[in-house]
Design a protein around this ligand. Structure first.
Ligand code: ADP
Ligand code: MG
Length: 589
């Protein structure tokens, strides 16, 4: 605590005005004393000797004679071994421990250590005495779950340090001194295995930022093939309530080709969060067969918790992601939903009586969202390794209207847009990503010309479909009708995917390439069908054959048998590959 003393002069919901005597800085953390408790808050505006603080707790009971203590510190998280597998609230309190401490209803003003201070870790030094190190460099490692956790020089250490002393290999607690560093002025600093870092300050202890190019495979065909995400990239999933945002994020967290997944559940309904919390520890990691929680961190704030901590959840999540990126790991941060965070911002802005922007969101909504997504990235570390933070955020616009400010602000900064459509989810076409509205700036794992060809067939089929609604099937030519059937086929066997089946729910890249090739052949072929009913029957059969194949383990005997059936159906209907696709398939793979 600093010497600065404060006194509450006004309370407005979660915002408290404090008159202070001394020095206070922006984003500094302070505690309001009420009923023998200390409630955590953050300074968000200073005018003369009055500070406005957003309080991360319910503010009932705070009155104008309450005193306020200031810490001189920014809102921070503690990083170190033991973060994986944890379930935190937005202020990094371990939720299971908090619940143990205060029973069913979380007690306010209780803050628990984020990391177990008594647990021992097997430390192996990797840096030698006399070596020069900088912030973010590793001095040693400990095993954490399936990973080698790098113990780093704290990010706040400026300049170059010399290692004066480092402990021998052995077991240590996170707060034991493991090394003594000497700065350029000759001053000694002891470091341990954990340190604090302000959540709103991006970690930049790397050699260089790289272009996100390598795909972050999700095993969702519609994403990887049509609207891919790159490692270190950003994407958003806007969609109306119930369209499948949360299910899609959960599928992704299970299957994505990353080391660590951090889920920031900010402000969604409590029931949904409880689902996440009960479901996750049960899930198996498809890669290792071990518990998925071993490589997951959940940060969770439900809609019933104070709104200010939604913002804290997002920042806490991204800071922990950056910490693991610094070890050369690939991290995926999923924020669900950023709209709730934006609503909290709007509430606070209203209380501050700022000049409102569109739909009463603050004028800085766009820049705040941008600076959050900017913390994603793939970087080359000073030791030559590469690490990445990919950010995927859901947006839940009221009524599914994508024209609203949060969706629009997010669209401007992300690299891929997976817009969920009510029409598709109502028709139970999952994942309900709209194939016509969505886009991605990243490279697909599949040749661009082939994807473009499939897209054009889909687009033309959709056009025929809407035309048929006007002129009826009779008024449609056989050729157009077949285009429509082809687009429906593409949708049914490739774009739609049953995420609850182990095999069908996760399609590897190798498999996507293979089956997409087959889909393209069908889209680019002509058949010997003479009339619409015959065409419909034929495509129904094709679809069934293909779906049968989708549910079989890739290249297994059953898979090959299903493929044979499909090939037979094609052969029986005089399938002839057109020149255009023949040429496309020929050059390249
Ligand atoms: P949102 O987060 O957009 O409000 P949810 O992800 O909670 O929506 O999905 C709502 C419901 O829709 C789910 O409970 C589930 O029944 C259904 N659903 C969503 N995605 C799928 C899917 N891929 N496969 C099957 N059902 C799904
Ligand atoms: Mg949801």
């Amino acid at each position: 605590m600093t010497d600065t003393k404060g006194k509450v002069v006004a309370v407005n919901g979660n915002m408290v005005s404090v008159e202070f005597d001394g020095k206070v800085s922006l984003n500094e953390v302070g505690y309001v004393k009420v009923d023998g408790k200390s409630l955590k808050g953050e300074v968000i505006r200073i005018r003369g000797n009055t500070a406005q603080m957003q309080i991360y707790e319910m503010t009932n009971g705070i009155s104008t004679d309450c005193t306020v203590e200031f810490t001189g510190d920014l809102l921070s998280v503690e990083v170190g071994p033991g973060l994986l597998g944890q379930v935190y609230d937005g202020l990094q309190n371990p939720l299971p421990l908090l619940a143990e401490h205060s029973g069913y209803f979380l007690e306010r003003g209780v803050y628990l250590p984020a990391l177990d201070e008594n647990k021992k870790w097997e430390f192996t030094p990797t840096a030698k005495e006399g070596a020069k190190v900088m912030a973010g460099d590793a001095v040693g490692t400990v095993p954490e779950g399936p990973f080698t956790h790098k113990i780093q020089v704290p990010y706040g250490f400026l300049g170059t340090y010399t290692i004066k002393k480092i402990v021998k290999a052995g077991s240590y607690k996170i707060h034991d001194t493991i090394a003594t560093l000497v700065d350029e002025k000759g001053k000694s600093h002891d470091i341990c295995m954990s340190f604090k870092w302000p959540v709103k300050r991006a970690v930049n202890c790397y050699a260089e930022r790289l272009m996100p190019k390598e795909p972050m495979v999700t095993k969702v065909r519609l994403i990887d093939t049509f609207f891919p995400v790159a490692k270190g990239g950003t994407y958003c999933i806007p969609g109306p309530f119930g369209a499948g945002k949360t299910v899609l994020q959960h599928t992704t967290s299970r299957n994505a080709d990353v080391d660590i997944v951090i889920i920031a559940a900010c402000g969604e309904r409590a029931g949904e969060v409880v689902e996440t919390l009960t479901e996750f520890p049960e899930l198996k990691d498809p890669r290792t067969g071990r518990s998925l929680m071993e490589r997951t961190i959940i940060i969770c704030n439900t809609s019933s918790m104070p709104v200010a901590s939604r913002e804290a959840s997002c920042y806490t999540g991204v800071t922990l992601a950056e910490y693991y990126r610094q070890m050369g790991l690939h991290v995926l941060l999923l924020a669900d939903s950023t709209s709730r965070w934006a609503q909290a911002m709007r509430e606070m802005s209203g209380r501050l009586e700022e000049i409102p922007g569109e739909e009463a969101f603050p004028a800085y909504l766009e820049s705040t969202i941008a600076s959050f997504y900017e913390r994603a990235g793939i970087v080359k570390l000073r030791d030559g390794e590469t690490g990445s933070v990919t950010i995927g955020g859901t947006v839940s616009p009221a009524g599914g209207n994508f024209e609203e400010p949060v969706t629009q602000a997010t669209l401007k900064v992300v690299g891929a847009f997976h817009g969920l459509s009510r029409e598709r989810s109502d028709a139970r076409r999952y994942p309900s990503i709209d194939p016509l509205d969505s886009w991605s700036k990243y490279h697909s794992v599949i040749k661009a010309e082939l994807v473009e060809y499939a897209r054009s067939v889909y687009r033309r089929g959709a056009e025929v479909n809407s035309m048929m609604k006007v002129v009826g099937e009779e008024g449609t030519s056989l050729e157009d009708f077949i285009t429509y059937l082809k687009s429906e086929f593409l949708d049914a066997v490739y774009m739609q995917q049953d995420s609850f089946d182990e095999t069908e729910g996760a399609t590897s890249i190798e498999r996507q390439k293979y089956v997409f090739g087959k889909v393209i052949e069908i889209l680019g072929s002509s058949f010997s069908v003479k009339e619409k009913d015959e065409a419909r029957t034929f495509f129904n059969q094709l679809r069934q054959n293909f779906i049968d194949m989708n549910y079989k383990v890739f290249q297994s005997a059953e898979f090959k048998a299903a493929e044979k059936n499909l090939d037979k159906t094609l052969k029986d209907h005089g399938t002839e590959l057109g020149e255009e696709v023949k040429a496309l398939l020929k050059d390249g793979e």
